[in-house]
Design a protein around this ligand. Structure first.
Ligand SMILES: Cc1cc2nc3c(=O)[nH]c(=O)nc-3n(C[C@H](O)[C@H](O)[C@H](O)COP(=O)(O)OP(=O)(O)OC[C@H]3O[C@@H](n4cnc5c(N)ncnc54)[C@H](O)[C@@H]3O)c2cc1C
Length: 354
């Protein structure tokens, strides 16, 4: 019989305390997702009264990052220093964090569900014999029961599941990047930095970083204006038309998932449950039906214009303005009108002061 080690609950859950977040860093800088975790962690800490502790693994560049994390809301940073932590690698990170957890017993541990965060979270969960709720879109705490309420879409996004980890500790969750907005920086905010020097040696680490090749990725998550195309465009060339509109508006082109799957546009531009979450001031949905998996990534946009031939498409109920008709007629007309308005503004004579 295979004995399931993970079936053993924590014997002393009452001895676990504090909210930990992983301060992910890249290129000697805190990742945006680390600031997002600081924001959700701050909210949970204020609600529960548990201390918010940021865990930072870095080389000597970590000092500035630790101070920055405190200015973004963290109470204390545990900064584990070693040159091997310069770039993320599974084993030194998972071993170090696993040992820290066993020694210090945090009650909650939240990581950003980035590529590295997903890899790390699951490795740690196995090492410390607990569960993890992956890719959460909402996180809360039941203060009376000291239980993490980790929420994520389930059954293809049809329901929002609230997942509890009653018996094992720490209670772990990874949070989807782009959902939680970082707090405004609070310059001069004070907090504690605990410095630990890790003794891991480079020769003990089996994976070697030979070269870093930056990926040329478009960041749709920070754009103020997003022009998003869907299957209603019917062909790859339709995205050229959207590019023109986006250029006139100073925005960026994105897509629903099917055009990405069809190879019409790159995956870094996908909006939705399995893509990215955007919070633009203006979102223009062109030929998009508005499936829940899509709206999961755009429903916090300030203002939505949809262009669709079907007046009953679900996207309409998310729209401030719905233009019913063929995208191939409406989009060029819109682009032309914006171009003309900009020209008119340029050539308009200033009104002479009296
Ligand atoms: C687990 C899972 C994860 C998923 N993740 C994502 C995700 O991250 N992002 C995502 O987008 N989807 C995701 N999906 C897919 C999702 O369920 C939908 O299938 C998808 O969003 C539909 O894309 P669409 O709106 O572009 O296409 P369609 O649903 O085919 O809609 C096309 C729309 O265009 C309109 N139209 C047609 N012709 C024209 C025209 N000439 N002019 C104007 N309008 C026109 C139609 O009326 C229709 O409303 C996921 C699905 C699953 C199961």
């Amino acid at each position: 019989m295979i004995k399931n080690k993970c079936a053993t609950p924590a014997k002393d859950p009452e001895n676990f305390k504090d909210i930990w977040i992983w301060l992910e860093q890249n290129d000697d800088r805190l990742s945006r997702v680390a600031l997002e975790m600081a924001s959700i962690g701050r909210k949970l800490s204020d609600k529960s009264g548990e201390k918010l502790v940021g865990i930072l693994l870095a080389d000597e560049s970590g000092e500035a990052m630790a101070r920055e994390a405190i200015e973004y809301g963290v109470d204390k940073v545990v900064y584990v220093k070693n040159p091997v932590f310069k770039h993320y690698r599974t084993f030194p990170y998972a071993d170090t964090l696993g040992s820290l957890i066993m020694e210090r017993k945090p009650n909650y541990f939240i990581l950003g569900a980035t590529h590295n965060g997903r890899d790390l979270a699951s490795r740690i969960a196995v090492r410390v014999n607990t569960g993890i709720t992956a890719d959460c879109t909402e996180i809360d705490i039941d203060v009376t029961k000291r239980l993490l309420e980790a929420r994520r879409p389930a059954f293809g996004g049809a329901i929002l599941a609230n997942i509890l980890c009653r018996a094992h500790r720490p209670q772990m969750a990874s949070a989807r990047p782009g959902i939680f907005k970082p707090l405004d920086r609070m310059p001069g905010r004070q907090g504690e930095i605990e410095r630990i020097t890790s003794s891991i040696k480079e020769e003990e680490v089996v994976t070697k970083v030979l070269k870093i090749i930056p990926r040329e990725e478009v960041d749709i998550t920070t754009a103020d204006i997003v022009v998003c195309g869907g299957m209603g465009l019917g062909k790859k060339e339709g995205f050229k038309m959207l590019e023109e509109l986006a250029n006139e508006l100073g925005g960026i082109v994105a897509a629903s998932r099917p055009p990405v799957d069809a190879g019409w546009i790159t995956r870094d531009r996908q909006v939705g449950q399995t893509g990215k979450t955007v919070h633009p001031k203006l979102y223009i949905a062109v030929g998009i039906s508005g499936a829940v998996q899509h709206t999961a990534g755009m429903k916090s946009a300030d203002y939505v214009i949809s262009i669709n031939t079907d007046p009953t498409a679900p996207i309409i109920k998310y729209s401030d303005v719905a233009l019913i008709g063929d995208a191939y007629e409406i989009v060029p007309a819109l682009t032309q009108a914006i171009r003309k308005a900009k020209q008119d503004l340029k050539t308009k004579q200033p009104i002479a002061a009296k």
